[in-house]
Design a protein around this ligand. Structure first.
Ligand SMILES: Nc1ncnc2c1ncn2[C@@H]1O[C@H](COP(=O)(O)OP(=O)(O)O)[C@@H](O)[C@H]1O
Ligand SMILES: [Mg+2]
Length: 330
């Protein structure tokens, strides 16, 4: 349908039955062509469940998913229809053991309608950017986890489908290549593709995403551009400092001197203070300590990660440590 959003998701609710889990509880968003949209949230928040419903692999308990205006109904050949429009990278890596890297990329392009020559040219470009040159003739089953994932990212990009959905694409990839991957995806959206990216790495996503929805326990708890989400925090600054080992400073006393909303962990102090008091607080810290007693001092402007942590409150870190991601391979 002309002018329809790439994806429109309304009141999506998913209850799994075995075990009984309310994984999505009324999720609504839409994504336009040309947009890079992020689904952020901690492990178990329900992100993978959303994308599995987007591609017709899981049926919603209630609610609606439309792809360019057409409803997606799981089963009923949905996967075939979605497959012609949407390149989907699942969180769990698919077994494609016997294929060689070069074949996997070229054939994916051909499956998506490119001629053999164009498909090979495109495969060569992807091999170059993703630094797969030394392993093009290696079978997928003989690759490391990171190499497999890179090859799958290449396959998602091959053939230039109008919609990309990547579930935790950069999970086991070097930081330097991560940037290139976000860059490749950004390039596709500038050319009109719609991209939906799932990640729990908020700091990394901040630069790559145009708009985000933060999901927690099956609900969208905040959405907007990273700048919009950060606006609420912009009147505050965080001071991070590390007391030198054996400096003989009472860290808790120092934290009290600083005032504001302060947390102490070992030798680390983290304090939120009103932005206009940041420098004065820093002066107080300097006056209170001797040169050499502080190992590191920095002023941190709030980022998207702070919004995220703020939303979850202090419960987040406890949750994170205790939760296991059972996602991806059901
Ligand atoms: N097939 C399934 N059956 C039952 N529960 C599931 C199934 N798949 C996922 N879950 C549960 O649903 C919740 C959301 O999972 P998921 O969507 O994978 O979260 P995320 O991708 O955000 O980590 C989790 O509590 C998870 O354990
Ligand atoms: Mg997941």
């Amino acid at each position: 349908m002309r002018n329809a959003p790439a994806y429109e998701v309304r009141h999506l609710r998913k209850v799994y039955n075995d075990p009984k889990v309310l994984a999505n509880d009324g999720i609504t968003f839409s994504v336009q062509p040309g947009e890079t949209f992020g689904l952020l949230g901690p492990n178990g928040a329900g992100k993978s469940t959303v994308v599995k419903q987007l591609v017709g692999l899981v049926a919603p308990t209630s609610g609606e998913v439309r792809l360019f205006g057409e409803p997606i109904v799981a089963g009923a050949g949905a996967e075939m229809r979605v497959g012609r429009t949407v390149a989907y990278l699942p969180q769990a890596v698919l077994p494609l053991g016997e294929l060689k890297v070069n074949e996997a990329l070229r054939w994916t392009g051909m499956l998506r309608g490119l001629g053999k020559k164009t498909a090979q040219t495109e495969a060569d470009e992807l091999i170059e950017v993703l630094q797969l040159g030394s392993i093009v003739d290696r079978q997928m089953r003989k690759l490391s986890g990171g190499q497999k994932r890179l090859t799958h990212i290449g396959m998602t990009l091959a053939g230039r489908l109008p919609v990309l959905i990547l579930d935790e694409p950069t999970a086991d990839i070097d930081p330097s290549l991560r940037r290139k991957i976000w860059g490749l995806i950004g390039d596709r959206t500038r050319h009109g593709a719609a991209a939906i990216l799932v990640t729990h790495d908020v700091a990394e996503a901040e630069h790559a995403l145009g708009r985000v929805a933060i999901i927690d326990r099956g609900k969208v708890v905040a959405s907007g551009t990273p700048a919009e989400l950060k606006a609420d925090l912009s009147h505050r600054t965080r001071i991070e400092l590390v007391v030198a080992e054996g400096a003989g400073i009472d860290v808790r006393q120092l934290a009290r001197e600083m005032g504001g909303d302060t947390r102490v962990r070992g030798r680390h102090v983290s304090a939120w203070v009103p932005a206009d008091l940041a420098l004065r607080t820093l002066e107080k810290v300097m006056a209170w300590s001797e040169p050499g007693q502080l190992e590191d001092v920095r002023l941190v402007t709030p980022g998207l990660e702070d919004v995220y942590l703020e939303l979850r409150g202090h419960a987040f870190e406890e949750d994170e440590a205790g939760s296991v991601d059972q996602a991806g391979d059901d």
